[in-house]
Design a protein around this ligand. Structure first.
Ligand code: SAH
Length: 335
């Protein structure tokens, strides 16, 4: 039932002959990570018998904690036995979770572990929501920020993504503000327009990673469908519609996209666009054969963008010691 929005729960509860307010009680309990009906003190258990509702929290089967940063990587088993991962991170501004939106991924980016085995299936909104609830329950701490940047391409699972956003934003539940949610896409252009329309306050991050079509297509096959100029046009429409800046993620791969020419071209492409570049030194994924740029190369790249008027930062990795950093989540992790 984690997959139900409050209005859907109300229909189920009233159809079974119970008053509408019961739905709100159940929704609120579930948002506290309560999965045992006996813990829902003010709700008669017979509602669950009569409606067949049950709280299908993903089961945590493994936790890895980073000694350096307190980051926790969770491995869950879903009802059908599929395993997915999420990452809980502590920041000064509060706790954040990076959730997966699909079991596997079909985008095939060459440097990423998540797509190595292709796509198994979309996650339901409830399965994405459940990753967060189980982590809150485990840590006993509130999570204030969500990034949809784990395994999967959220814009390849748009309806469930939308529902997830409505679920966590509901004031009867977690009440997480739209501005505390970030969605990252490899650049599925029609969905960027739809997202600007549907969720103008949710942060948008775009995985760019290169400044020429030839090289980007080599790293990211999605570029063959939506090349750079088409993608950046969509980003311009996004900023015009929402007045919000776009974050571009740029993974620095040694010898592939990290030299002066690339920085210069990138600055040229992004000139005049309301944006920010987040540089991510590549995280190691054994199967891909790519190496990370050096710290010096990353700083030089950032400085060159800044000098050309493009705001840029180097992303702090909070979990590479437990394979929990960007691009390291995968389908076949085992308990
Ligand atoms: N499918 C979405 C979200 C998941 S990936 C997207 O493509 O944006 C989250 C971010 O990690 C993306 O920017 C992705 O390109 C990046 N990433 C993937 N593999 C990586 C790696 N090995 N090292 C660093 N970043 C990586």
């Amino acid at each position: 039932m984690l997959n139900y929005e409050l209005s859907e729960l109300e229909n189920i509860v009233t159809a079974a002959g119970f008053p509408k307010f019961r739905a709100k009680q159940i929704f609120t309990w579930a948002s506290k990570g309560v999965s045992d009906v006996s813990e829902m003190k003010n709700v008669p258990a017979e509602i669950f018998d009569k409606t067949g509702l049950n709280i299908d929290m993903p089961k945590i089967v493994k936790i890895q904690e980073s000694e350096l940063y307190g980051t926790r990587k969770y491995l869950y088993a879903l009802a059908d036995g599929k395993n997915i991962e999420s990452v809980f991170m502590r920041y000064k501004f509060g706790n954040s979770i990076c959730v997966s939106s699909q079991a596997g991924c079909r985008m095939g980016c060459r440097f990423c572990a998540s797509g190595l085995l292709g796509l198994e299936r979309n996650l339901t909104a409830g399965e994405i929501y459940g990753q967060l609830l189980a982590a809150e329950r485990d840590t006993g701490e509130r999570i204030s920020h969500i990034v949809v940047m784990g395994t999967g391409e959220p814009f390849d699972n748009y309806d469930n993504l939308s529902k997830l956003i409505r679920l966590v934003n509901d004031k009867n539940g977690l009440n997480i503000g739209m501005r505390n949610i970030t969605v990252s896409t490899c650049g599925i252009v029609p969905m960027i327009d739809r997202f600007a329309e549907d969720f103008p306050q949710v942060n948008l991050a775009i995985s760019l990673h290169n400044s020429t079509n030839e090289e980007r297509s080599e790293l990211m096959p999605v570029n063959r469908s939506y090349p750079i100029d088409v993608l950046l046009e969509a980003c311009r429409r996004y900023t015009e519609k929402t007045s919000r800046r776009v974050t571009f993620e740029y993974t620095l791969v040694r010898g592939k996209n990290d030299d002066e020419k690339h920085a210069e071209r990138l600055a040229g492409l992004l000139k005049g666009l309301l944006c920010h570049v987040n540089l991510i030194p590549l995280n190691a994924v054994e199967e891909t054969g790519y190496a990370a740029s050096s710290k010096q190369a990353a700083s030089r790249f950032r400085d060159m963008l800044e000098k050309r008027g493009i705001p840029a930062t180097i992303r702090r990795e909070l979990g590479d010691d437990i394979d929990a950093a960007c691009g390291q989540l995968r389908l076949n992790s085992r308990p």
